[in-house]
Design a binder for this molecule. Sequence first.
Ligand SMILES: NC(=O)c1ccc[n+]([C@@H]2O[C@H](COP(=O)([O-])OP(=O)(O)OC[C@H]3O[C@@H](n4cnc5c(N)ncnc54)[C@H](OP(=O)(O)O)[C@@H]3O)[C@@H](O)[C@H]2O)c1
Length: 266
Amino acid sequence: MKIDKLFDVKGKVALVTGGSRGIGEMIAAAFLSNGVKVYISARKADPCDQKAIELSEKFGSECISIPADVGSMEGILKLTEEIKAREDKLDFLINNAGAAWGEKIDDFSETGWDKVMDLNVKGMFFTTQKLLPLLRKAGTLELPSKVINIGSIDGINTPAFENYVYSASKAAVHQLTRHLASKLVRENILVNAIAPGPFPSRMLGSAVAHDFSPLEERSPVKRIGTMEDIGGLAIYLCSRAGNFTIGETITCDGGLTACSGHNLSV
Ligand SMILES: NC(=O)c1ccc[n+]([C@@H]2O[C@H](COP(=O)([O-])OP(=O)(O)OC[C@H]3O[C@@H](n4cnc5c(N)ncnc54)[C@H](OP(=O)(O)O)[C@@H]3O)[C@@H](O)[C@H]2O)c1
């Protein structure tokens, strides 16, 4: 029951999609600070490569960049084949890469709809599917492998913004998580989702003109999320401490969903 055993993740191997910035970078950093070897992926090669170098130097653990677009089957195959060539098992898969699209209801475009669904839902499913052989090799009954899907409180609450496909995609992520968990638990792969509230990132920043203060004001705890908040939850789920938590969607939102009433999501 000692903390260093209960929450130990040292020596494990993880992939964090969308790990070059924002929430993905926060989760990658939390793993790296605790001795996990972390692969990060994103579409833009230079920022992803630079981030891997920066994080490796900062945390003294190996961070490797594999740029790929997980919104396309071609990109998913490129990424997953590269991981398979380098590793014979994968302990943690963090399906974090995601996109949003906001448009007035009368103008909402098919392009935006498809882009978000292809990445947030289809990409998540097929990335997981292609990595199942490595996740199966890593998982035992005592030490299961872990998949964390990043959803959103917009998939639970009614969003304030006109981001129809985003909220629908994130509700799909939460249900897909439960469905995958029910199948994969028998194979020692535990699947859960995290539904973040507001965290500082390019995605949220562009929705609020990079002024997070109104969101902080509305929050029951008067702030937005930090690396400790999301990283701590990811470590809990991936460590021994999380082995009896399966198929859940856990909010990480400073109480916005539970304590604020409706229509306060991001
Ligand atoms: N920030 C929040 O407040 C918040 C709240 C709830 C949920 N979330 C969820 O958290 C996740 C991360 O969001 P974020 O806010 O950290 O966003 P972000 O700052 O925009 O970062 C997104 C990351 O995903 C990568 N990415 C985007 N499209 C990709 C694609 N097609 N293939 C591969 N990588 C791709 C980006 O790099 P490239 O651009 O180089 O590809 C970047 O590394 C998303 O699933 C989002 O829905 C965020």
